[in-house]
Design a protein around this ligand. Structure first.
Ligand SMILES: [Zn+2]
Length: 281
């Protein structure tokens, strides 16, 4: 019978949620330290990528000019799509944390991640909607990120995460009707081309911008903190200023994308987009 108990975030008091979901990972991870998260993540990355790191290798000491350790094992863009009957590029590495969906790379209409969960973080609305969800690893890491931001005196709110193909059909149709298809294509995604369908993206906002998803968020203390710190928790700012030609999207300081700590650090240090990171040299 328990319902979500969401505090009155709209009046600005930051309360650690005692959200009552019967989900043991949420309780456990809410108290996890970043170092635990980081080392778990590193282990995962290492086993996934079959790298052979030195025994004492620690990412903490990594320097910006160090070469990526697993470069040859990355899922390169051209190797992770196949052409469908109508010539569209269809993404194949669906459960990969480095999956890329964009205007040239389509997710299958029936793809839904199997491990979607609701992170224990504040949202500016009470309803239990699918857009609260993320894939499990991303959700756990988002909790750690939010906790770190809170400790730095900041108040982040999660606005929009997972979005199904069918929801994207409705959103794009609505935007195209309101603004015309050309404008809609710049500001929203066509069905199958939204990163939100991967369950690895969360739009984040704050009270200072009235919980909206606007460029001004990048100038708030929360937006600046995210730009400087999100990578430590495995997230990147996916749509950077000045990279619109590469990503196909305008600057979105609110759109976090989970890729794992190891990759996020490298992407952040190089100041590049996910597309550039996965371009085969
Ligand atoms: Zn977004």
């Amino acid at each position: 019978m328990k319902k979500y108990v969401l505090p009155s975030m709209l009046i600005g008091s930051m309360v650690v949620l005692s959200a009552c979901k019967p989900v043991d990972w949420a309780e456990k991870k809410w108290n996890a330290t970043f170092n635990e998260e980081s080392s778990e993540e590193n282990e995962k990355q290492i086993s996934n990528e079959q790298t052979t790191p030195k025994p004492n290798d620690e990412n903490k000491n990594e320097t910006p000019d160090e070469q990526p350790s697993a470069e040859s094992d990355l899922p390169w863009l051209e190797e992770t799509v196949t052409a469908s009957g109508d010539g569209k590029a269809v993404v194949q590495n669906l459960d990969d944390l480095l999956i890329v969906a964009n205007k040239e790379r389509n997710l299958p209409g029936d793809y839904e991640p199997k491990d979607l969960v609701t992170p224990n973080v504040p949202f500016p609305f009470k309803e239990d909607l699918p857009k609260k969800k993320l894939r499990k690893e991303a959700a756990l890491s988002l909790e750690v990120l939010f906790k770190a931001a809170e400790e730095d005196g900041l108040e982040l709110l999660a606005q929009s995460g997972y979005r199904s193909y069918d929801t994207q059909v409705s959103i794009f149709a609505f935007n195209a009707e309101q603004k015309g298809e050309e404008v809609a294509n710049k500001t929203s995604s066509r069905p199958g081309q939204s990163e939100h369908q991967t369950g690895l993206s969360m739009d984040v906002t704050s009270q200072e911008v009235n919980f909206e998803l606007v460029e001004a968020f990048g100038e708030t203390k929360e937006g600046k903190w995210l730009a400087e710190n999100a990578h430590k928790y495995g997230f990147i700012i996916r749509y950077l200023k000045g990279k619109e030609e590469i990503t196909g999207y305008q600057y979105e300081p609110w759109h976090l994308r989970y890729v794992g700590v190891d990759h996020a650090k490298k992407i952040h240090e190089q100041g590049i987009t996910l597309e550039e990171y996965l371009q085969k040299p």
